[in-house]
Design a protein around this ligand. Structure first.
Ligand code: SR1
Length: 325
């Protein structure tokens, strides 16, 4: 492959091998994240090896070992269970392979951590909840422990409840699998049927929100419920803005931008350049009213209106092309 003109070695020659190893591949967020990583890799003439996630910790470990054997220069680890990754990641570092972690706490000073500022994300969503519902209501909450971004958002939900005694969490449910939305919908149906006084659902992952919306629509209670989420995709925008949708707000980054940032963090390390330990892509509040008023229908249209959806200034360098979307 031709290299990138003006880039330091080894990117001046091209063909640098980098692995992207995901824990989850299903769903809009993870597909867009991968597409962004691929676009940034292409712009850097990187030979990107993508290992699809199957929500399988043993398979992810195996993929890291495979990447080491392939002789990659860097590995981007996208989600996963830290307890099953520490030793294999250490093997990679010991071989001089650079590692970047997105949304998985590997707790190693040599590994930059990429995240979407999850505390701020949850805080923005919950401020919108109070703006639209006051500080006294019965809530449903969708959460699965063990995923770094969900755990960080959960910290904010916990302190929100402590600060707002009138907020009562009546039901907690959630499932992360290759069928997250439909499994969550089944659980939401049971929870909303058992607790007809729930008026607000905090569902800080778009697949969760999609599941709750499905349940509310099936139960005929969409007009009595408001759903607040994280994440955005073209399909999400359609679901949020359709007439009568209970999904009223989300707080999101462009996952493709986060994927691109993750690859840039890997590339800078391979080039021997400094990378901050904590790399943050800041999210934006998107309301149903705002999206409808702006007539935004796709993530590309969002990127035209909101600069943070087309690029991030995190981990850039003059030799790295970063105008990708
Ligand atoms: C199962 S974890 C799902 C979350 O990971 C990413 O941080 C996305 O924002 C998504 O909400």
């Amino acid at each position: 492959a031709d290299g990138v003109s003006g880039a330091p070695a080894p990117f001046d020659k091209g063909g640098v091998k980098v692995a992207l190893i995901s824990y989850i591949s299903a769903g809009d967020f993870f597909q867009a994240y991968q597409a962004g990583a691929e676009a940034q890799a292409k712009a850097l003439a990187i030979d990107l090896r993508v290992f699809p996630g199957r929500q399988d910790a043993a398979a992810q470990r195996e993929q890291i070992l495979q990447a080491i054997n392939l002789g990659v220069s860097a590995i981007v680890i996208d989600h996963g269970l830290p307890e099953s990754l520490g030793d294999v990641v250490q093997q990679a570092l010991d071989k001089g392979i650079k590692v970047v972690a997105f949304d998985v706490n590997l707790n190693n000073p040599k590994i930059p951590q990429v995240e979407q500022s999850d505390h701020e994300l949850a805080d923005l969503a919950l401020k919108q909840v109070v703006k639209e519902n006051g500080d006294s209501f019965k809530a449903g909450y969708v959460y699965v422990a063990g995923f770094a971004p969900l755990d960080r958002r959960n910290e904010v939900w916990d302190s929100f409840k402590k600060q707002n005694a009138g907020v009562v969490e009546k039901a907690r449910f959630g499932n992360v699998s290759d069928t997250t939305a439909t499994s969550t919908a089944d659980q939401a149906k049971a929870a909303l049927t058992a607790n007809p006084d729930i008026t607000v659902v905090f569902a800080p992952y778009d697949e969760f929100a999609r599941g709750v919306k499905l349940a509310a629509t099936d139960l005929g209670i969409a007009n009595k419920l408001k759903i607040y989420s994280a994440d955005v995709s073209t399909a999400d925008i359609q679901e949020i803005t359709e007439p009568g949708s209970p999904w009223v707000a989300t707080v999101a980054t462009n996952p493709a931008v986060v994927g691109a940032v993750s690859i840039r963090a890997a590339a800078l390390q391979v080039a021997g350049q400094e990378v901050p330990h904590q790399i943050t892509v800041k999210p934006t509040l998107l309301t149903q009213d705002g999206l409808r008023a702006a007539g935004v229908k796709t993530i590309e249209e969002l990127a035209q209106k909101i600069p943070a959806f087309s690029t991030s200034d995190a981990v850039t360098a003059s030799w790295i092309p970063d105008k990708l979307f």
